[in-house]
Design a binder for this molecule. Structure first.
Ligand code: NAD
Ligand code: DAU
Length: 352
C-alpha cells in the first residue's frame, strides 16, 4: 500500500513533467498519478526516464469533464493533488480566450468540486495545491516587486483566467474549509519547454538559421527561474505550507528580452562553432504583443524565510545547461516542431 497517492495534473507538460519526475524519484513510497489530456503541449516523451517506475501511473483525462474528474477521485481516493494542467501560452490566449476560461477556470473548479466531494469527511489530511503564475499581479514599472500582498491586476486573457482560478481556490478554502495552497511563480526555463515560448523558440530558430522574433523593442523584463528549482519549491510547499497560504516563487534573475536573446546567441555561437556574432544577426524586431506586460519581478522572501528555499542557478548557468539539452535531444525537438507546430508558427508570425 503506497504511503500517499498524489494526482499531478498537467504532468506531461513542461513544468508538470519536472514535478512528476521529482516526486517519483524522491518519494518511492508515494503513488504518483499523472492526469493529463495530452493537448499539443502534453508529451509523454517528457517522462521516458520514469515511465516504468512502479510508483508512477498515467491517466489520460480532461479536467473540463466534471464527471470524469469525480470518477477518478472516487476511484483513486488521492491524498492530495498538485494542479498544473492549463492552457499556458499568452499569445494563444489572445487569439482563443474561451479555451483558457474552459481549461483554466472551469477545469480548476471541476477539480475543486471533485476534491470537496471525495474529501468531505476529512479536509485536513487532504491537500489541494494550485500552481499559478506571477502574471496575475499585472505589470510592474521600473521599480518594485510582486509580493504575496500585491493586488491582482491581470491584463491578458491567460492571466485573467489564472487569476480567476486562484480566486476560486481561495473561495473553496474560505467557504468550505478545503486545505489549499497556491504558489505564483515567475518565468520558467529548462529542458522539455515547448518551443512556442521565447527561449526554446529562439534556440530552435537560431539552430536552423531562422529569424528570431523579438516583440516590440525587446525592452520587456522577465524574472527567469530554472524549472528544477520550481519543482523543488513545489515539493517543499506541498509538504510544509499552512492551509490557505500563498507563496511567490521567483529567480531574482531579471533580464530584458533583448539582453537574454543576445546572451543566448553568444552561447549558441560557441556551442555550434559559429563565427562570434553571427547568431545575433538573426534577431528581428516584430510587432509587439497586444497588452504586453512591461516587467515582472518576484519577491520570494517569504518562501526563503518560511521554508529555506532559494534558486540554485543564475540564468547564465541554467541557460547553458538548457542549450546543451536541446542540442543533444534533436529527436524531441523535431517531433514537437513537426505537424501542427508549423501551422501555429505561420499564423502567429507571418505578417507580424
Ligand atoms: P504546458 O503548456 O507546458 O503544459 C500544460 C499541460 O496541461 C499539458 O501537458 C497539457 O496536455 C495539459 N492540459 C491542458 N489542458 C488540459 C485539460 N483540459 N485536461 C488535462 N490536461 C490538460 O504548461 P507549463 O508551462 O508547464 O505550465 C504548467 C502550469 O504552471 C500552468 O498552470 C501555468 O499556468 C503555470 N506556470 C507556468 C509558468 C511558466 O513559465 N511556464 C510559470 C508560472 C506558472
Ligand atoms: O511569468 C510566468 C509566465 O511566463 C507563465 O505564467 C506563462 O505560462 C509562460 O508562458 C510565461 O509567459 P510569458 O508571456 O512571459 O512567456 P513567453 O515565453 O511567451 O514570452 C517571454 C517574453 O518574450 C515576453 O515578454 C514576450 C516575449 N516574446 C515571446 C515570444 C514567444 C518575444 O519577444 N518573442 C516571441 O516570439
Amino acid at each position: 500500500m503506497a504511503d500517499k497517492t498524489i494526482i499531478i495534473t498537467g504532468g506531461a507538460g513542461f513544468i508538470g513533467s519536472h514535478v512528476v519526475r521529482r516526486f517519483v524519484n524522491q518519494y518511492p513510497d508515494y503513488q504518483i498519478i499523472n492526469l493529463d489530456k495530452l493537448t499539443y503541449a502534453g508529451n509523454l516523451a517528457n517522462l521516458k526516464d520514469i515511465e516504468n517506475k512502479p510508483n508512477y501511473r498515467f491517466i489520460k483525462a480532461d479536467i473540463t469533464n466534471s464527471q470524469q474528474m469525480l470518477d477518478i477521485f472516487t476511484q483513486e481516493q488521492p491524498d492530495g493533488i498538485i494542479h498544473l494542467a492549463a492552457e499556458s501560452h499568452v499569445d494563444r490566449s489572445i487569439s482563443s480566450p474561451l479555451e483558457f476560461v474552459l481549461t483554466n477556470v472551469v477545469g480548476t473548479v471541476n477539480l475543486l468540486n471533485a476534491a470537496r466531494a471525495t474529501w468531505k469527511d476529512n479536509y485536513d489530511n487532504h491537500r489541494f495545491y494550485h500552481v499559478s503564475t506571477d502574471e496575475v499581479y499585472g505589470a510592474l514599472g521600473k521599480e518594485g516587486m510582486f509580493t504575496e500582498q500585491t493586488a491582482y491586476d491581470p491584463h491578458s486573457p491567460y492571466s485573467a483566467s489564472k487569476a480567476s482560478s486562484d480566486h476560486f481556490v481561495r473561495a473553496y478554502h474560505d467557504t468550505y474549509g478545503l486545505n489549499t495552497v497556491i504558489s505564483n511563480c515567475s518565468n520558467n526555463y529548462g529542458s522539455h519547454h515547448f518551443p512556442e515560448k521565447l527561449i526554446p523558440l529562439a534556440i530552435h530558430n537560431i539552430q536552423h538559421q531562422k529569424p528570431v522574433p523579438i516583440y516590440g523593442k525587446g525592452e520587456n523584463i522577465r524574472d527567469w527561474l530554472f524549472v528544477e528549482d520550481h519543482a523543488r519549491a513545489i515539493d517543499l510547499i506541498y509538504h510544509q505550507a499552512a492551509s490557505g497560504s500563498t507563496y511567490n516563487i521567483g529567480g531574482h534573475n531579471e533580464w530584458t528580452n533583448i539582453d537574454l536573446i543576445r546572451l543566448l546567441c553568444k552561447i549558441m555561437d560557441e556551442k555550434l562553432n559559429r563565427t562570434p556574432g553571427s547568431s545575433a544577426q538573426l534577431i528581428t524586431f516584430v510587432t509587439d504583443r497586444a497588452g504586453h506586460d512591461l516587467r515582472y519581478a518576484i519577491d520570494a522572501d517569504k518562501l526563503e524565510k518560511d521554508l529555506g528555499w532559494k534558486p540554485s542557478l543564475r540564468l547564465e548557468e541554467g541557460l547553458e545547461k538548457t542549450v546543451d539539452w536541446y542540442l543533444s535531444n534533436q529527436d524531441w525537438l523535431n517531433n514537437v516542431t513537426s505537424g501542427d507546430y508549423q501551422k501555429y508558427y505561420e499564423q502567429q508570425y507571418s505578417g507580424r
